[in-house]
Design a protein around this ligand. Structure first.
Ligand code: CP3
Length: 362
């Protein structure tokens, strides 16, 4: 119980206070004293300490154990001092709670043992609450938040967008041409609607639960819609569900990042689905992509992650190119335009972070 003379700050007033961390300030389009930087897949196989931990535990064991997931989340923060920590998990574990058998097979990526092949399979999918099915990740978020709060480094939660998750649920793994997914979408439009509707329910609940657990920003990954579909199919079969997802998640009270890969030819339409910040892949130069999104909207991106395999002189040139195209406008978060690859030299990650800091410090 609060003492009678204790001043308690209502949660709403707390949320209205301007953030101090460069990452959250940039998410709000506010000026920063340097450009914040974090990288997609910043925790992962390029780090020797991650590989050592994965010798002992499977991917799913790490994800389901809050202490282990928190430990991996913090590895790149301790090593490089990123401006934000993305909780260590994957986009696919929420499918397990819906009734799909997921495994990560070494060298082969994710596998679903019982992929969806009929309309009945869609109707059998459950939509249980994230508190029941994703407790490991929610616990990890709380642990990381407690650890990083004193350093003012925000924690990012995330989830997959409905099309990307549907593609794994139907193909049973990563696909080259998404033919099963598209055939299902075109042959069974009513079941497609039910499937994407269920995915919106589960992902919205999961994202809101992550914010409740302590995530200070949320990122939605739509990795494959842009690769699989032309604009008209995107607008008909995907955009309504993405819009619904962003609308539901906007009540979380934290910035939401909309990262849709490969949507170059309909970037404006994908960005219009929602989210406060637009994540940009590396297909277009940053200034051109930002102009299409609208300069009033904060953006995150967009170095080609494979540039980190180049010699420093080339990498430095490309980092500087992204920064000069951002032009010092408020609302730029430096990132890669897709996840770091396992061969990334640790030294280049360190030099990248230091370089972005030095180049942009005011
Ligand atoms: O640090 C971070 O960025 C957080 C961790 C994170 C992972 N996956 C860990 C992971 C995040 C944000 C993801 C998202 C994810 N997962 C996406 C969306 C982003 C993108 O890359 O497009 C997708 C499509 C997946 C599905 C997935 N998971 C694939 C295709 C693979 C296999 C490819 C690969 O890189 O191995 C995974 C496995 C995976 N997810 C690993 C990691 C660290 C590798 C597992 C291991 O062997 O240790």
């Amino acid at each position: 119980m609060a003492e009678p003379d204790t001043v308690t700050v209502p949660a709403s007033a707390e949320a209205d206070t301007e953030p101090t961390s460069p990452f959250l300030r940039a998410c709000g389009g506010l000026p920063t004293d340097r450009t914040p930087v974090w990288l997609l897949r910043q925790a992962g196989r390029y780090q020797p300490e991650y590989r050592a931990l994965r010798e002992k535990y499977s991917m799913l064991e790490v994800i389901r154990t809050p202490e282990l997931a928190a430990q991996v989340t913090l590895m790149p923060i301790e090593a490089f001092g990123f401006d934000a920590a993305i909780v260590f998990s994957d986009i696919l574990p929420p499918l397990v709670g819906m009734g799909l058998d997921l495994d990560f097979v070494k060298g082969d990526g994710p596998r679903i043992g019982n992929p969806i092949s009929s309309t009945l399979d869609v109707d059998l999918l459950g939509t249980p609450p994230a508190e029941e099915t994703m407790a490991g990740t929610l616990g990890a978020i709380a642990l990381v938040r407690r650890e990083l709060e004193p350093r003012d480094i925000p924690v990012i939660g995330f989830a997959g967008a409905p099309f990307t998750l549907a593609s794994y649920a139907i193909e049973g793994g990563t696909s080259k041409d998404f033919s099963r997914t598209k055939a299902f979408m075109l042959s069974e439009p009513a079941a497609w609607k039910r499937l994407l509707g269920k995915l919106v329910t589960v992902q919205a609940d999961y994202l809101l639960a992550q914010a409740k657990a302590g995530a200070q920003a949320l990122q939605v990954f739509d990795s494959w819609a842009g690769r699989a579909l032309g604009r008209e199919d995107y607008l008909r079969y995907v955009a309504p569900y993405n819009r619904e997802l962003f609308a539901r998640v906007s009540s979380a009270g934290v910035p939401v990042i909309n990262f849709a890969l490969g949507v170059g030819s309909y970037l404006g339409e994908a960005a219009a689905c929602g989210g406060d910040v637009v994540g940009l892949d590396w297909a277009l130069p940053l200034d051109e992509a930002w102009e299409r999104v609208g300069f009033e909207r904060p953006v995150q991106g967009n170095l080609d992650p494979v540039a980190l395999l180049a010699p420093w002189r080339e990498l430095e040139f490309r980092i500087d190119d992204v920064l000069s195209r951002a032009g010092g406008r408020p609302g730029h978060i430096f990132n890669v335009g897709h996840g770091l690859v396992p061969q990334t030299p640790v030294d280049n990650v360190r030099r990248l972070v230091d370089h972005v800091r030095e180049r942009t410090a005011s």
